[in-house]
Design a protein around this ligand. Structure first.
Ligand SMILES: [Zn+2]
Length: 228
């Protein structure tokens, strides 16, 4: 589509012309500085009533400060090159989960779904792009990892921004759908990936959808999570 192509080309041009600044602290000369990296360098358990019982759920950092700014810069401001460092953080996190739970080194990554309209606006499904970068990084380090981009959000789900917890659950329940042709193979060890966990409505809907397709998720890993 012409507008999409122009939009993508323009965004690429802006990337080239603007001096590189850290998405977290605005420091010049780097896309994501070492100091801000620490904000996504942890691995904390995320507890949400909606996700009990279920697989272990982790986030690399809190959804605040530099981490929040980086997620928003990547997702909403078109700084797509942030996929690389964000995927790197998630790869480190997944390796820590692998060790912690004594899991297999080989993973199938399932990115949380984006609404189709939001994906178009953002120039592609944002978690999918990160998942592919992450799979490449993990595979290069010896963990055979692949992406199963099998979740989509049904058309009638509204953008969840501005909705409270109960409204988000109502908005999303049954609206995350599985594309059966893209499922991971049977008995695959699956990690579900997301960018922000707030109420966990999206994760809960995604887990429910995967369960109906007999996909068992071994762990959920998000870049960030709110305090509760
Ligand atoms: Zn920084």
């Amino acid at each position: 589509m012409r507008t999409t192509w122009l939009g993508a080309g323009f965004s690429g041009l802006v990337d080239l012309l603007m001096p590189l600044r850290c998405a977290g602290c605005d420091d010049v000369g780097t896309a994501w500085c070492r100091g801000c990296s620490r904000e996504l360098g942890g691995l904390r358990h995320v507890e949400r009533p909606l996700l009990e019982p279920g697989p272990p759920v982790y986030a690399l950092g809190r959804y605040r400060g530099a981490a929040r700014r980086a997620v928003l810069a990547y997702k909403e401001s078109g700084r797509r090159y942030l996929a690389e460092p964000l995927a790197g953080h998630l790869a480190v996190g997944l390796r820590a989960i692998t060790a912690e739970h004594q899991l297999d080194d080989d993973w199938w990554l399932v990115p949380a779904p984006s609404r189709a309209i939001a994906s178009r606006r953002r120039g592609g499904a944002h978690m999918s792009r990160i998942a592919h970068r992450m799979a490449a990084a993990l595979t290069a380090s010896g963990c055979r990892t692949a992406v199963a981009d099998c979740l989509i959000t049904a058309r009638r789900a509204a953008d969840s921004a501005g909705l409270d917890a109960a409204e988000r659950v109502r908005n999303l329940s049954g609206r995350v759908l599985v594309q059966t042709g893209r499922l991971p193979p049977p008995a695959a060890q699956v990690a579900l990936l997301d960018d922000v966990i707030t109420t966990a409505a999206t994760v809960a809907s995604a887990l429910a959808a995967l369960e109906t397709a007999n996909v068992r998720v071994a762990a959920v890993l998000s870049l960030t999570a709110t305090a509760n």
